[in-house]
Design a protein around this ligand. Structure first.
Ligand code: FE2
Length: 615
């Protein structure tokens, strides 16, 4: 039984599962080189067929996430809207609609908007519009259009294509990503929360003795929406930069965040397992803009983060009591809030807590594929056969022809020396000397976090690394922390995890130990000293494990600082030539050491010490 999973909303992706095993999962942004690109993931599907050798003829079912899609999503607004567009959406479009009761045309407000590149779906006949203005018949028309296009592209009968609810997909992905670990747990609550999908922002299900029961959502959680609004009010892109609020929040003093926290808490509450909004909050943006206008930026960040932590804690407590379980799977965009996850694992009503890699919309394709399997063979049978490899390296490998093109590229030939370093002796030596390595090996990781296959690596104890990476490569905001990959044998030495919560994917924060603060100085939050680790075992990531282990032999430090291999606002590198186009050829980045597959490319000594390669 082969199922092709598709997500054609923003963060488009596709995957293939065979008899319950996830064979491959890829994100469209990696191929199209536009972060969070939406629409039909044509390139992902082509790459899946290339990797697996299967074709459309082999596909038994096609599972598509999201029953409802809007014209604006199909026009790729999430990836392409700039901060000014988001502001206009609230200050002009929604303001007229909500406050003035004036039906204003979305197309008119955004008359100059067009997608940055050609999208997977043809847009002819698809009106750019918001969900608010989209009628049921338009929803049906769009669904028909999607089905027709998918069927045509795959040359597959329309009867083989099904659509699955957005939050059901989030939940199924979260659960089956850990089903092997969850099999022996009698009761597991599956909780989802995000900015919205299929007219819901949250869901609760219970797996009781391998029987799935979903509870109808009576009210809508605005936790994700309010967090996005605060991001925009602070002058950042609500679709791309919500995580920056989390990094900024610890700097706020109680004095500065108390006011904003009260404003957020007064606007929205949890009662039981349901949510209630203050009737005075008729929209988000204008309402909070007025209320927060005398408050400091850091106070707003701290206040909204506190609000999320307080509400989620109450909600999880109440879910635990209602469903009589302390085992949780948490999925959906809000599960990306690693600091809130830290508060949740400290909760006395939480014993086990699992957040999968890439819990946001990028993983909807995987959720859809498993939802389809559940539909076909039942939840129990799916739990028996579900097999998602426990390392998130579910993407495509390095293309050997592309690697050859990289090696033969004039810049590489002229400026770099290639040395085979299969056992990482030389690479670890340079890392120990304080150098930064662009590391590219094996199958690409799935989700927003680089997990050691497309990463920028350096010594986590060397604070200078942060300045080097920020000034020469990443241009990250000064308040944003870096993260480490830690050898399994060092995890208890570096951070406190008494409940032994799964921490393989950088999805949860922990307090550090004194040794952690010392050895991971550059890879923890500099203000509150928390860490968002990836724990690396030999079993799941052998090469990456070996590299960190070699570094440990020289330095005594069982970890590396690991940040994603990309430039600011671009997707993680997919193939070696992307490195040339986006990093090496970029006059603002320094790439002195590049490791690909088994070869270390070092910049020739004469120019090695120059920070910036000017060609
Ligand atoms: Fe979502």
């Amino acid at each position: 039984m082969i199922i092709l999973g598709i997500n054609d909303t923003h963060d488009a992706s596709a995957c293939l599962i065979k008899d319950g095993k996830l064979i491959i999962a890829v994100q469209e942004e990696r191929f199209r080189r536009v972060k969070q690109i939406g629409s039909f993931p044509k390139e992902s599907i082509k790459n899946i067929f290339k990797f697996t050798g299967y074709s459309s003829k082999d596909i038994d079912r096609v599972a598509v996430a999201c029953k409802i899609m809007t014209g604006s999503l199909l026009h790729n607004v999430v990836a392409d809207f700039k901060i000014d567009d988001w502001r206009k959406l609230h200050e002009v479009y929604f303001y007229n609609l909500i406050y003035r009761k004036k039906n204003i045309s979305f197309k008119k407000v955004f008359k100059n908007f067009k997608p940055s590149i050609k999208l997977g779906y043809p847009l002819k006949g698809i009106k750019i519009d918001s969900n608010t203005a989209t009628t049921h018949s338009v929803h049906l028309k769009i669904k028909k259009f999607r089905k027709k296009h998918i069927s045509k592209f795959l040359k597959i009968d329309q009867n083989k294509i099904d659509f699955y609810d957005h939050h059901h997909c989030h939940g199924m992905y979260g659960y089956f990503a850990f089903s092997k670990l969850l099999k022996n747990k009698k009761k597991v609550a599956i909780v989802t929360s995000d900015g919205g999908g299929d007219n819901r922002c949250n869901s609760i299900s219970l797996v009781n003795n391998l029987n799935l029961k979903s509870f109808p959502t009576k009210t809508i959680s605005l936790i994700g929406k309010i967090y996005e609004t605060a991001t925009l009010l602070l002058g950042m892109n609500p679709a791309k930069h919500v995580y920056k609020i989390m990094g900024l929040a610890p700097y706020a003093s109680e004095h500065h965040k108390a006011g904003p926290r009260k404003i957020f808490l007064d606007s929205f509450k949890v009662r039981g397992v349901n949510f209630y909004r203050n009737k005075k909050m008729i929209d988000y943006f204008v309402y909070f803009k007025k209320k927060l206008n005398i408050h400091r930026f850091d106070g707003i960040a701290g206040g909204v983060q506190d609000f999320v932590e307080i509400l989620l804690s109450k909600w999880f407590n109440n879910i635990s009591k209602k469903l009589n379980t302390k085992n949780f799977v948490f999925s959906g965009g809000v599960a990306n809030n690693v600091k809130a996850n830290k508060i949740l694992i400290e909760n006395e009503n939480v014993d086990n807590f699992y957040v999968p890699p890439g819990p946001g919309d990028e993983s909807l394709s995987i959720g859809a594929a498993y939802a389809s399997l559940v539909n076909l063979v039942g939840f129990k049978k799916t739990s028996e056969i579900a097999d998602i490899p426990k390392n998130a390296y579910w993407g495509i490998p390095i293309d050997q022809n592309n690697f050859l093109r990289f090696k033969k590229h004039p810049i590489i030939k002229k400026y770099y020396k290639a040395i085979k370093d299969k056992k990482f002796k030389l690479t670890s030596h340079y890392l120990a000397k304080g150098e930064i390595i662009f590391f590219c090996k094996g199958r690409m990781e799935f989700g927003q976090r680089a997990l050691g296959h497309r990463s920028i690596l350096c010594d986590p104890s060397n604070i200078q690394s942060i300045y080097k990476i920020n000034s020469a490569i990443k241009k990250r905001d000064f308040w944003m922390p870096f993260t480490p990959s830690i050898l399994d044998s060092f995890k208890n030495k570096y951070f406190k995890n008494p409940k032994k919560i799964n921490c393989d994917f950088m999805t949860i924060s922990f307090d550090t130990t004194d040794l952690g603060k010392k050895h991971l100085k550059a890879a923890i939050h500099p203000y509150d000293n928390t860490v968002r680790p990836q724990v690396v075992t030999k079993k799941t990531c052998v090469d990456y494990f070996n590299l960190i282990n070699e570094f440990k032999k020289i330095t005594g430090i069982g970890a590396l600082l690991n940040t994603s291999l990309n430039v600011h606002d671009k997707p993680i590198i997919c193939q070696p030539t992307d490195l040339i186009d986006e990093l090496i050829n970029n006059k603002n980045t320094a790439a002195n050491f590049i490791y690909i597959e088994d070869t270390l490319f070092t910049k020739k000594t004469s120019i090695l010490n120059k920070n910036i390669l000017r060609i």
